[in-house]
Design a binder for this molecule. Structure first.
Ligand SMILES: Nc1ncnc2c1ncn2[C@@H]1O[C@H](COP(=O)(O)OP(=O)(O)OP(=O)(O)O)[C@@H](O)[C@H]1O
Ligand SMILES: [Mg+2]
Length: 459
């Protein structure tokens, strides 16, 4: 760890406090908060600060109380106006980038993740000479088309905006795994460690962390406690640039419960995400998932370092897949792609069927009405449908019977369940990317995934 020489300038203290508050709360200190810190460090009273800022003393006093409360929480020590100067003057921040949340206060070193973990305070300082790549069970991607915009967005978020936690969402087969492997090729030179792990077999967090920690150079014994392991991993996340991809994230969620509820015994993943998203470090955790939790949905709105990207159609690039299968009737390809939502896996499946049953003729295939399900495609929807709660299934059946997209207000009128329950069910289906909410005439309309609608109607 590098130490900032003491005594620090007022500006440095403010900058470091600002970084620390941002890492904890996702928000910077406001101008008035910085003014109060500056004034207090210069030994000024609230009356002085108020006078210089053209504000009332009462207002500065109120803002001051809020500020000391915030800093007390962030620093883990009681701060009030009379003690603020002495405490803040004696703070020494230290971290590899001088922006972290390790600090030494009155000569007492504190790891803000876990004050009791000494081991977690001592990451080894061995810098790898070149990137370490551990793709675990990642599949080999033989062909990859399009997704230029998505790749560039992810690169910008990761390399440019230094996001810490990104969820890559998409229906089964939309190409999350393929895209993340392709992303590695594009941005690997920015990282010391690139690690891919699938959570398909739902490893408990403690086991996952133990395995992840084994990848890094060892100095101290790996801690026993899961929370200490998180703290230890975060130290590596501060020390190195790490890109960690956790695929099949939804497998740690309970089936037959609303989307994003952790399986029993997996609740500590929530703490892990919270720490990765909120603590200051220079690494990125990318989660690939078919559904997201409400906690992530909220965090993406409140923390600028946490983002979410939903994969939709492969668009025009999907034609490359149809080309690989040497399908005919190019003028009908757009319809085929739209019917199967530009989903690469679904297009692979349906192309095989068109080849085998229709001698490659897309026109002949489309002449059959309605949308055709092969066994593999039906299995995909069976599996998805089985994960839903009873209320989700009932709502889907109801919407599937309507010919037109349904207005939210109309639905609320027609359903006998409470509004709260209904909104929770809608939200859950939305987080599974099965239902889309769109504005229309100052109202909200609900769109059920068209293939799911067809699946329900064919049941
Ligand atoms: N951009 C692409 N170009 C060509 N093929 C693709 C592309 N994206 C995905 N595929 C292919 O589509 C299939 C499904 O992709 P992938 O496994 O990445 O989907 P996924 O979203 O990870 O699915 P799941 O939710 O089941 O994990 C794979 O065979 C993959 O190689
Ligand atoms: Mg996948």
């Amino acid at each position: 760890m590098y130490s900032i020489p003491f005594p620090m300038s007022v500006a440095t203290v403010i900058q470091l406090l600002d970084d620390l508050v941002l890492s904890k709360t996702g928000e910077n200190l406001s101008h008035i908060q910085k003014t109060i810190i500056k004034g207090s460090l210069e030994g000024k009273t609230y009356s002085d600060i108020a006078h210089e800022s053209y504000l009332t003393e009462g207002h500065i006093g109120d803002k001051g109380s809020e500020l000391w409360k915030l800093l007390s929480e962030v620093l883990g020590v009681d701060i009030h106006k009379p003690t603020a100067r002495v405490i803040l003057e004696n703070i020494q921040f230290s971290n590899i980038s001088s922006e972290g949340d390790f600090l030494a206060l009155h000569n007492l070193h504190i790891c803000t993740d876990n004050p009791n973990s000494k081991e977690a305070n001592s990451p080894p300082e061995i810098i790898p000479t070149k990137s370490y790549l551990d793709l675990g069970t990642a599949p080999e991607i033989l062909r990859f088309y399009g997704r230029i915009e998505e790749l560039n967005t992810l690169e910008k978020w990761i390399v440019g905006d230094r996001c810490r936690l990104i969820t890559l969402l998409g229906l089964k087969g939309s190409g999350k795994t393929a895209l993340s492997i392709q992303l590695i090729q594009q941005i690997k030179h920015h990282f010391d460690y690139i690690i891919y792990r699938s959570l398909y077999f739902s490893p408990p967090l403690d086991k996952l962390l133990t395995k992840l920690l084994q990848i890094f150079p060892k100095s101290a014994k790996t801690p026993e406690d899961t929370e200490d392991k998180i703290c230890f991993l975060l130290n590596y996340f501060r020390q190195y640039h790490c890109l960690v991809i956790l695929d099949d994230w939804y497998q740690i969620f309970k089936p037959e419960h609303l989307a994003g509820r952790y399986k029993n015994g997996y609740e500590d993943y929530h703490l892990f995400l919270e720490k990765v998203g909120q603590k200051n470090h220079q690494s990125i955790l990318l989660l690939n998932s078919q559904e997201t939790s409400s906690e992530i949905a909220v965090l993406t709105k409140t923390n600028p370092f946490i983002r979410s990207l939903t994969l939709s159609s492969l668009g025009n690039s999907a034609k490359e897949i149809l080309k690989d299968y040497q399908l005919l009737d190019v003028d009908k390809w757009d319809i085929l792609i739209e019917n199967y939502q530009g989903n690469p896996e679904w297009l692979h499946i349906i192309s095989v069927m068109i080849q085998e049953f229709f001698r490659g003729s897309v026109a002949q295939f489309l002449a059959m009405n309605p949308l055709i399900f092969t066994e593999s495609l039906k299995n995909i929807f069976d599996e998805k449908f089985q994960r839903l709660t009873q209320s989700e299934k009932e709502l889907i059946f109801f919407i599937a019977q309507e010919n037109d997209p349904i207005y939210l207000t109309k639905l609320l009128e027609k359903q006998s369940v409470s509004i709260t329950d209904l909104l929770m069910v809608i939200d859950s289906l939305k987080r599974r990317i099965l239902l889309e909410l769109k504005p229309k005439n100052q109202e909200t309309i609900l769109f059920l995934n068209p293939l799911l609608k067809e699946y329900i109607n064919q049941l």
